[in-house]
Design a binder for this molecule. Sequence first.
Ligand code: DX5
Ligand code: ZN
Length: 218
Amino acid sequence: PDSPRINPSILAADFVNMQAELARIATADFVHVDVMDNHFVPNLTFGPQMVERIQATSPIPLDVHLMISDPDRWAPGYAELGAASVTFHLEAATEPVALARRLRSIGARAGVAIKPGTAGEELYDIMGEFDQILVMTVEPGFGGQGFMPATMPKLRALRDEAARRGSDVWLQVDGGISDATIEQAARAGADTFVAGSAVYGADDVEAAVTRLRELAGK
Ligand code: DX5
Ligand code: ZN
């Protein structure tokens, strides 16, 4: 398999120093960009204008995580500005399959995210429409929360189901990923790891990315 992907979340970065903060994670695989709308989640970050500047500034491709209502309307715009992947929440989408096809037709990887309370089975029959599945390991909305081990059986079941279907879909985890938790997520089948505070909270950001990648590969 590919080596594990580490996607630092700039939710934990200094928003008014974004160019330098992006440069610090140049050895990571993707930059994870959390878009929140104060409606789907009780927090607000930024929208397409800011993401377009991040796209123009980032040394690595963008992994956009939309925690917004009505992604059917808004997600294609993030693909059009050049994001490598665009992930929307299953709970928020009206027509997830049509939306995934639209994202792919624009040239982005299509991603679907599920909250801790959403069953993985809801994705079994449609996983072929997606390039990546994001299993949230915290309730979406804020960085710095504790990893929820109760989500691991769902991740493992999705990994097994993907294998049964011969799917090469990426399985991503997001929330509370750190040196202390990344190995259990990797063992449960994750191959792509979002980490906010564990990366930007480290004294040596580059070393933190390298160490997380090593731990995930064990
Ligand atoms: C939370 C966001 C995460 C967040 C993770 O809703 O989707 O991407 O930045 O932050 P940490 O790694 O600190 O839990
Ligand atoms: Zn996220």
